[in-house]
Design a protein around this ligand. Structure first.
Ligand SMILES: Nc1ncnc2c1ncn2[C@@H]1O[C@H](COP(=O)(O)OP(=O)(O)OP(=O)(O)O)[C@@H](O)[C@H]1O
Ligand SMILES: [Mg+2]
Length: 266
């Protein structure tokens, strides 16, 4: 049996849940509602790469480069130094104005930029975080599967292990992530719920190919100065956390109706 090389996620407890980490070369989807911890996990994964001497590329579409770097610094990760020392490149997909900016949310341009960045960072094992991937097909959800397949295929050749965040609508149904989940080698799913008036967050490894992974849902915490902390397996059922079915059904119906009312190309 061949031994699988695994990359640490930067969160020790999560590595244990993954039998050591994410298999090298994998394309993993990080899914979940807003504010659940997707970006924080992406930062841990990137920072771990910096620490291990990997080439690190972080693509941000939701927040500016400055915002991401500031957020990371609150968890003790100094991306400013990493970038100036040539260990990492942060591509600002929307708000930047330098070389590491995209002019449109086009998957092909993204791949080109990432490869350009990899050439600058140099030969060797690399990590890529795309936060978020949904941004690249918001206006053409039907293309999600094709785009993710294309990205996975090209980036694999460049020695990348990829984490791509994907946003979930409150219906938790297919929404924006559709397509990515099947192409992805792994899915790490974040959730949230309000319990007794307090926001709780959870993490579940929904899929990780070639890995005997933990199947339990864990309560997690985001801690100042530290980042993502895995607490304990929870006995909450997914049904307790998701919206009631009748509500979900009504939201989906309303969405469909709204879509039908938008004329083509609108
Ligand atoms: N310094 C900090 N200390 C404690 N908690 C923090 C700190 N910084 C951020 N957080 C928590 O992390 C949350 C943001 O998490 P994160 O950015 O990973 O969410 P996300 O899943 O990426 O959401 P989105 O889909 O909106 O991008 C904040 O809403 C806050 O609750
Ligand atoms: Mg985010």
């Amino acid at each position: 049996m061949s031994v699988i090389e695994r990359l640490s996620t930067g969160v020790r407890r999560l590595d244990e849940m993954l039998s050591g980490g994410i298999p090298k070369g994998f394309f993993v989807a990080i899914a979940g509602e807003p504010g659940t911890g997707k970006t924080v996990l992406g930062l841990h994964f990137s920072w771990q790469g910096v620490k291990e001497g990997d080439r690190v590329i972080y693509v941000t579409t939701e927040e500016s480069r400055e915002s991401v770097i500031k957020q990371a610094s609150q968890f003790g990760m100094d991306f400013e130094s990493a970038v100036s020392e040539g260990k990492a490149i942060v591509i600002d997909a929307l708000m930047g104005s330098d070389r590491w900016t995209l002019t449109s949310l086009d998957p092909e341009q993204l791949v080109q930029k990432v490869i350009e960045a990899k050439k600058i960072l140099g030969y060797g094992r690399a990590r890529l975080v795309v936060d978020s991937m949904s941004a690249f097909w918001l206006d053409r959800p039907a293309m999600a599967r094709k785009y993710s397949y294309y990205m996975k295929k090209v980036l694999y050749k460049w020695d990348f292990t990829v984490l791509a965040t994907t946003q979930y609508a409150i219906t938790t149904a297919s929404a924006f992530g559709f397509g990515l989940e099947h192409i992805a080698d792994g899915i790490i799913r974040f959730r949230r719920a309000v319990r007794n008036g307090v926001l709780k967050r959870y993490l579940l490894i929904e899929k990780m190919r070639q890995t005997p992974h933990d199947l339990r849902m864990y309560e997690i915490k985001i801690v100042d100065g530290k980042g993502l902390v895995i607490l304990r397996p929870t006995s909450e059922r997914v049904e307790d956390i998701a919206l009631p079915r009748s509500v979900t059904r009504r939201i989906i119906k309303a969405k469909k109706r709204a879509e039908e009312e938008i004329p083509d190309g609108g």
